[in-house]
Design a protein around this ligand. Structure first.
Ligand SMILES: [Fe+2]
Ligand SMILES: [Fe+2]
Length: 260
């Protein structure tokens, strides 16, 4: 089964790039299942009903989130009523929504879980224990993790920690794609970060001049997404549904103006 993962969709530019190109990407890579990280889909980060519906009806099977999960008020009802929108599993148990979901596709049960790193991020429960416990309890044929984290060390440690339990561990959050798509020793497909789908000439999606002024002038200007054509960043993992192991892992980037 071929699984497409698309990294943090940023704003209208990123959303439109997905809507315009998802069908072509699915055809190109013969995709059976698609996961999109949508934590920055709205202009002030987070996810709205409109953006969630657009991405799901464009062909995403599951949307994952991250540290911006609750930026938009829609998130509370979306997470309460849509099992295919998944927030970090290591938020406190009282938090609305689910940290994982199971979707059946072509008679194959696929678990998707999301977790938040703790290095330079939020003070949440242990992502290692939470993910391991959820994955070990599940009888899904394929188990996929979006580990939304800042530090490359924390992400690589998670990959090795879940190797042999997860089919795929992919990283999100840094908005910069890493060149390390690989298969770990026990068959887990892995990439440290799939990268961003959003304004290409930007600092992680934000207007570059606002970010430069923050560094150079100690400016406190509010972040606004850059008005620049979007690139698409993602990865494709082939997973054997009988063994749950990954057989190939590759990353890709579609630059603005480039055909899929
Ligand atoms: Fe993000
Ligand atoms: Fe993030």
């Amino acid at each position: 089964m071929n699984i497409l993962v698309i990294g943090d969709v940023v704003g209208d530019r990123g959303t439109d790039a997905v809507l315009d190109n998802l069908d072509a990407l699915k055809r190109k890579y013969q995709i059976d299942f698609c996961i999109i990280n949508a934590e920055n889909a709205c202009s002030a980060n987070g996810i709205s009903r409109r953006k969630a519906e657009a991405l799901l009806s464009a062909g995403a099977d599951v949307l994952t989130l991250g540290n911006h999960t609750f930026r938009q008020k829609d998130a509370y009802t979306l997470l309460a009523h849509n099992e295919r929108i998944v927030r970090p599993i290591n938020y406190p148990p009282e938090t609305v929504g689910n940290g994982s979901c199971v979707v059946e596709k072509n008679s194959v049960k696929i678990l998707v879980a999301n977790a938040l790193g703790r290095v330079y991020l939020e003070n949440v429960d242990c992502p290692f224990r939470e993910l391991k416990s959820a994955l070990e309890k599940s009888d899904a044929h394929i188990k996929i993790v979006d580990f939304h984290a800042e530090a490359t060390s924390e992400k690589r440690a998670m990959g090795f920690y879940l190797d042999g339990i997860a089919s795929v561990v992919f990283g999100t959050h840094t908005h910069v794609q890493t060149a390390d798509a690989q298969i770990l020793p026990k068959g887990c497909g892995y990439i440290t970060d799939v990268g961003m789908t959003g304004p290409y000439h930007s600092c992680l999606g934000v207007d570059k001049n606002i970010v430069i002024d923050r560094f150079v002038k100690c400016s406190q200007s509010r972040f606004e997404f850059a008005d620049s054509a979007a690139n698409i960043s993602g990865a494709v993992f082939c997973v054997d549904e009988k063994t749950g192991k990954c057989t190939s892992a590759q990353s890709f980037t579609v630059l603005p103006g480039e055909a899929v």
